[in-house]
Design a protein around this ligand. Structure first.
Ligand code: LAC
Ligand code: ZN
Length: 475
């Protein structure tokens, strides 16, 4: 499907959309106001593309009408949450309509009997946790952008995060969905259920479908109890190789599943501390692991962090710092959460990656990454969710490179990085998705028969190809 297969948005179309959502909730033919919806948080502008119209519906019924209209007129529609994604998932590659769900931001129900919450897609993820705190509950997806990202985007991208070692990613908690199909039909999948094998698992097909199969309009999440005690450990190492080598040993030797095993190299720590004007213990270390452990009692907490700290030291940590008060733990996490933004501010020309390899292959991956950076003469700071094998290697444009050099060499570096990942049994994206950023590379991981099946599924959900076209699959 190319740009020529779609109709442009005419003034008459804008009037029809205004009749559905109200004139105040439509942006049309005003490039200055449309521009913010042409990109997400991806740094390189090459992945941006302008919408022709932005619509801000207030209900499932309005989204249904917009989809039915867009289907009849063959106008592409790209759903958008907070725009905090990092693979161009909400970028309207072929223009058309951007469907912004920010007005659908209600927490509809906190169900304490079933331990579930029902919410609209435009709720800021952390607002759910704020609302649940007084009940001792939380939504255990923990994307690093939780203070800004929307629930709908988390579900559409199957967002991962910093606590996946113990809690897994978004999909584990999504038990019910309401969604609008490209045709405008409304479907409901799952419910307040902890088990459901009634037919194909379409619910989890929609989770992570990057807005290409349906528009998510309501989400039911299962909740977890907030742990009674927790502590954050910082383990500084001489350098990246030493820190990374410790990762596969931690769970095996401590025989405790920590909540988090996060890795930060020196460049990442310095960038984030500088950006926040913050400092953390051992902020000058060659590389660092951030670990979080939980427990039911103080004694158990002490036993857990002592065991994990002991393994870190046996694996070469220079020392281990333990924070068990809320303020210090949050300061440390804040430094970790802001690395991506800090590196982007420091080096605006860059490509943040989120490859994932089997955890045992992380040392080999890092070795390959250092070799690649050396051969290509490029800086690649790296940090991320080491406990999941999911690392944010961030390729930074050297000042000396011309635009042409950067274009050509970045493409080659990414291809080499992805092939390295694939050779270790990994995937080119573990967290941020394919979007339009990586679509030309998906064949590195997936065989032709698998891609054909996926395209077939897309065709069943969206025969006219109007829902978020230009994503996931190579052109
Ligand atoms: C993080 C985001 C970039 O882990 O995924 O910081
Ligand atoms: Zn991440």
């Amino acid at each position: 499907m190319g740009a020529s297969s779609y109709n442009k948005v005419q003034a008459s179309d804008a009037a029809a959309i205004e009749a559905i959502v109200g004139p105040r909730n439509v942006i049309f033919s005003d490039s200055e106001r449309l521009e913010p919806f042409s990109h997400d948080e991806t740094a390189e502008k090459r992945y941006a593309s302008m919408p022709e119209l932005v619509a801000r519906p207030a209900s499932t019924a309005e989204i249904s009408k917009i989809m039915a209209y867009a289907s009849s007129r063959k106008i592409p529609v790209t759903p958008r949450g907070a725009g905090s994604g990092l693979s161009g998932g909400c970028v309207p590659v072929f223009g058309g309509i951007v469907l912004l769900v920010d007005r659908m931001n209600a927490i509809l129900e906190v169900d304490l009997e079933n331990l579930m919450v029902v919410a609209q897609p435009g709720v800021v993820t952390n607002a759910i946790n704020e609302a649940l705190k007084k009940h001792g509950l939380w939504f255990a997806g923990y994307p690093m952008s939780l203070e800004t990202c929307f629930l709908g985007g988390n579900v559409a991208e199957n967002a991962g995060g910093g606590k996946a070692v113990k809690y897994g990613v978004t999909s584990r908690y999504v038990v019910g969905l309401e969604a609008v199909l490209a045709s405008g039909e409304v479907i409901r999948l799952g419910g307040k259920l902890r088990k459901d094998v009634t037919g194909y698992d379409l619910l989890h097909l929609l989770v992570g479908s990057e807005g290409t199969l349906a528009v998510i309009t309501e989400v039911t999440l299962s909740l977890m109890p907030i742990p009674r005690k927790k502590a954050v450990l910082l383990a500084p190492f001489a350098g990246p190789a030493e820190a990374i080598a410790a990762v596969p040993r931690i769970i095996r030797e401590a025989r405790i599943v920590p909540t988090s095993i996060e890795y930060m190299d020196r460049a990442s720590i310095l960038a984030s501390c500088g950006y926040l004007n913050e400092s953390i213990p051992y902020g000058e270390a060659g590389a660092m692991l951030l670990l979080e452990v939980e427990a039911e009692s103080g004694d158990e907490l002490f036993a857990n962090y002592s065991a994990i700290g002991g393994v870190c030291e046996a694996a070469g940590a220079q020392r281990v710092y333990v924070a068990d008060n809320r303020t210090t733990m949050e300061r440390i996490w804040n430094v970790r959460r802001n690395i991506a933004e800090a590196l982007k501010v420091r080096s605006p020309r860059q490509s943040i990656e989120d490859v994932v390899v089997p955890t045992a292959a992380i040392p080999a991956f890092m070795e390959g990454l250092f070799a690649l950076a050396g051969e290509e003469e490029v800086e690649i700071p790296c940090y991320g969710h080491a406990g999941d094998g999911n690392l944010h290697a961030t390729v930074v444009k050297p000042l000396a490179w011309s635009e042409e050099d950067w274009d050509e060499r970045l493409h080659r570096i990414l291809e080499r990085l992805y092939r390295l990942t694939d050779s270790l049994g990994g995937r080119i994206s573990g967290e941020h998705g394919i979007g339009n950023k990586r679509k030309e590379f998906i064949g590195i991981n997936l065989d032709a028969a698998t891609i054909a099946l996926m395209r077939g599924i897309k065709g069943v959900f969206d025969p006219a190809g109007i829902l978020n076209p230009g994503k996931i699959f190579p052109d």
